[in-house]
Design a protein around this ligand. Structure first.
Ligand SMILES: O=C(O)[C@H]1O[C@H](OP(=O)(O)OP(=O)(O)OC[C@H]2O[C@@H](n3ccc(=O)[nH]c3=O)[C@H](O)[C@@H]2O)[C@H](O)[C@@H](O)[C@H]1O
Length: 417
């Protein structure tokens, strides 16, 4: 790959209001709360543990309605699945802030430290977003939610993420990314007023493709991981529900999203933890010392892309399971279009943390990783007004600031993996 494909920008610092607000509430949270763990557990073969809690009743319905109530002219009423997740939390907060009604749904599984998800939930609750605790495979719960609120939009972010974990727990990917998506679409399609749906696909659908930058027009028939295969399956499933039932569907191919309140299973996150703890970090390289690189994309840019997708989504055309006309079907890359080698990511972290990393360079394992990603974002720019503005250096600075505050102020251990 051409070295010129890895440009760096200077450290432009941009303090986005959503982040400022989230960070503020993080301090409030850390200072005042402990995590509640009153929910029951039940066994599910596809999850290491899955919390459930009872739902229903007049008080619960009122909470749901209040959270989903639109507070601005021409606002939306949005069901955000995966609201306690990294992207879900940021998107929910941004929607709420601009006056949309937002109801969260999350199963709070323990793929990574659920304390972090509870902390995000606490943040959202303080800004008026209620998260219903439940699984997207629970059709009765979904139906109930649609009975209580006529959602105009669904932002579907609930998923089993992580490329390498798919080899350890394949069924969790089928459970969430395939069965769960179908379960959600079944309920959406039956709604009297079908919502428009925006959902998270992944850059990983480009798999072993070698032509860069990746364009939405490229074939995506070589997934390198089961995770990628389930996201690709999601895109095909979206086509089917659009074709048969008239659901308006927009898939967003996220490129390695990072930032404050991020996922502890991701490399930038556990590298930070391990560098600070003096532990060696495994840095992957390709054949013949080939560069491994990612088009790391900052969370605030992704949030803007998500809002742009919701704002430009056309109405679904069907009702009660019947299609009345053709509906919108879209897919967009949301990347930074500026790939950075993983070794450079580590150098940036060393500079910000002022600690030298113990680098353990090793061959890219054959466990689902691809060697590089690079997004062509011209379609998203044209249709959604998407224009990322945060480079990796500036974004990592913000991440590290959050990380140090979160874990030191809360006295929490960074239980990254
Ligand atoms: O764009 C996506 O759709 C996906 O992005 C993310 O996957 P990836 O891009 O693989 O991110 P991440 O694991 O942070 O590895 C980053 C880099 O570090 C390298 N890497 C990783 C681990 C390690 O031990 N060493 C290493 O060098 C590794 O080779 C890679 O080059 C999401 O996790 C995934 O859920 C999905 O959303």
């Amino acid at each position: 790959m051409d070295k010129s494909a890895y440009p760096y920008h200077g450290g432009r610092l941009r303090w986005h209001s959503s982040l400022a607000k989230l960070t503020f509430w993080s301090f409030v949270f850390i200072a005042t709360t402990t995590t509640s763990s009153s929910s029951r557990f039940h066994s599910d073969p596809s999850r290491r543990s899955l919390r459930t809690s009872s739902w229903g009743g007049p008080a619960w319905e009122k909470k749901v309605q209040t959270s989903a109530r639109i507070r601005s002219r021409n606002g939306f009423s949005v069901l955000v699945t995966g609201a306690a997740g990294f992207v879900g939390t940021h998107v929910s907060a941004a929607l709420k802030r601009r006056g949309d009604g937002v109801l969260g749904l999350d199963n709070f599984n323990d793929y990574y430290d659920p304390t972090l998800k509870r902390a995000r939930q606490e943040l959202l609750e303080r800004s008026g977003v209620f998260i219903v605790e439940g699984d997207i495979n629970d059709a009765a719960l979904l139906k109930k939610l649609f009975q209580v609120v006529p959602f105009t939009h669904v932002m579907h972010l609930a998923a089993q993420a992580g490329v390498r974990y798919a080899m350890q727990n394949p069924s969790s990917y089928v459970h969430s990314n395939v069965a769960g998506f179908v379960s959600l679409l079944e309920v959406c399609k039956e709604a009297t007023s079908q919502p428009a749906i925006v959902w998270a696909s992944s850059s990983s659908v480009y798999g072993l493709n070698t032509k860069v930058p990746f364009s939405e027009k490229d074939k995506t028939d070589q997934p390198a991981s089961l995770y990628a295969a389930t996201k690709k399956a999601g895109e095909e499933i979206a086509h089917t529900y659009n074709h048969i039932y008239g659901l308006s569907l927009t898939g967003l191919r996220f490129f390695t999203v990072y930032g404050p309140w991020g996922r502890p299973d991701m490399a930038y996150f556990f590298f930070t933890k391990d560098i600070l703890n003096g532990k060696s970090i495994p840095i992957f390289e390709g054949e013949n010392h080939g560069t491994v690189a990612r088009d790391f994309t900052y969370i605030d840019d992704i949030v803007k892309g998500c809002l742009g997708a919701l704002d430009t989504a056309q109405k679904s055309t069907g009702s009660g399971g019947k299609k009345k006309g053709p509906a919108q079907l879209r897919v967009f890359n949301l990347g930074n279009t500026s790939p950075v080698p993983v070794t450079n990511l580590v150098t940036i972290l060393e500079r910000i943390l002022k600690v030298k990393a113990k680098r353990n360079v090793m061959k890219l394992p054959r466990n689902g990783d691809v060697q590089f990603t690079h997004a062509n974002i011209s379609l998203a720019h044209r249709e959604l007004g998407y224009k990322p503005t945060t480079d990796l250096q500036a974004g990592l600075k913000k991440f590290v600031r959050w990380y140090l505050n979160y874990y030191s102020a809360a006295g929490k251990k960074a239980d990254a993996r």
